[in-house]
Design a protein around this ligand. Structure first.
Ligand SMILES: Nc1ncnc2c1ncn2[C@@H]1O[C@H](COP(=O)(O)OP(=O)(O)O)[C@@H](O)[C@H]1O
Ligand SMILES: [Mg+2]
Length: 351
């Protein structure tokens, strides 16, 4: 139980995606979760199905009323089919960016406003997850002042370790002022593809922080991107790769948050459709996908309000089977994973 901040000053590494994936895993196990969206881009808010939330965290921070957050809690509009519960949400809006500027002029209460407005609210939930913006500015500092734990989300790429180092220094400085809180719960490697480049940087990160890089890593999968983009919990998504992604997130949630109540361990919660099956046994794929991988584009966002323009998430080339089966070596000329183009042999680049 506690408040966990998902941080990295870099955007696009998967803070929001992993936060929502972990929330999905916890909810699937029947745990109560509050997601606090502290990013003015409000990706977690929309990923939780809230497009025009009536109450948002920016007004709470602006008013600075102790304990006021309990009046602003919304319920995620996640289709609960496939998971036992849905998260509660403190939603964000672009106005949060202005509030961050205003905070700068508050010489006394700039750093711990979030902690103040949350008050005792975290006690009502098994886990509170704060999705931070891509900066180490005052919003992230507020998250760190409200958090018991920090999860650093990063990707296996050049310079990532330098960014992590900077975050850890900030966390350390705040922990010194707060009697040891927040603690580092772990460094999560996300978007781990099966290129040599990804493998190289993943092992670099693990060697640099052997005690903090947690496993499993979150693999680069179309299903993970699609779940967040379509405001569906990974555990309720029916497409190839969704079952594997859900099982991965269950295992990661157990490492980061512990096993929970005896008898309701992560990934074994019952739901109307799932019965008592665990994720390993379940086939969550759409029936049409069950005879093999579908031939749809990797991330078909068709009409979704969230369009993913990330260069590492190709929508018009590559094949879902390449993405969703990181162990497979079977590739044809028409199914070349575009990431492989980036896999410059390690000795040339780093030797
Ligand atoms: N494991 C993953 N597999 C595939 N796509 C991912 C994965 N994690 C993140 N993404 C995609 O990468 C992009 C950036 O992720 P996001 O969670 O928004 O990052 P951040 O919150 O750190 O800015 C999004 O489009 C998301 O769908
Ligand atoms: Mg984000």
């Amino acid at each position: 139980m506690g408040v966990t901040a998902m941080v990295n000053q870099k955007g696009g590494v998967g803070k929001t995606t992993v936060a929502l994936g972990l929330a999905s895993a916890l909810c699937a196990a029947g745990r109560s979760v509050l997601v606090v969206d502290l990013d003015p881009q409000a990706n977690a808010t929309t990923g939780l199905g809230l497009w025009d939330p009536p109450l948002t965290v920016d007004s709470l921070l602006a008013q600075d009323r102790s304990g006021s957050a309990s009046d602003a809690v919304l319920t995620a509009r996640w289709d609960a089919d496939g998971i036992a519960a849905v998260p509660a949400v403190l939603a964000s809006s672009p106005r949060l960016a202005q509030v961050e500027h205003q905070l700068v002029s508050d010489v006394i209460g700039a750093q711990d406003r979030l902690d103040g407005v949350l008050g005792d609210l975290p006690d009502d939930y098994d886990e509170v997850i704060i999705d931070c913006p891509p900066s180490l500015g005052l919003l992230t500092v507020n998250a760190l002042f409200a958090a018991d734990r920090v999860v650093v989300v990063t990707e296996p790429a050049a310079w990532s370790a330098d960014g992590v180092e900077q975050i850890l220094r900030n966390v350390e400085r705040i922990a010194q002022r707060r009697g040891g809180r927040p603690e580092l719960a772990g460094i999560v490697l996300n978007r781990v593809g099966r290129t040599r480049d990804a493998g190289y940087w993943a092992s670099e990160m693990t060697q640099r922080y052997p005690e903090h890089v947690v496993e499993p890593h979150v693999k680069l999968r179309a299903a993970v991107a699609e779940a967040a983009a379509q405001a569906v919990p990974v555990h309720a998504l029916r497409r190839s790769g969704a079952g594997e992604a859900a099982a991965e997130l269950d295992a990661l949630a157990e490492v980061l948050f512990g096993p929970g109540d005896p008898g309701v361990s992560l990934g074994t919660a019952e739901s109307p459709e799932q019965g008592a099956e665990g994720p390993e046994q379940m086939d969550r794929r759409h029936p049409e996908d069950r005879t093999g991988h579908g031939s749809e584009s990797v991330v078909d966002l068709g009409g979704s309000p969230r369009v993913d323009a990330s260069p590492q998430v190709p929508t018009d080339s590559g094949s879902p089977s390449d993405w969703d089966d990181p162990g497979s070596d079977a590739r044809g000329a028409s199914t070349v994973d575009p990431e492989d183009v980036l896999a410059i042999p390690v000795p040339q680049r780093f030797g």
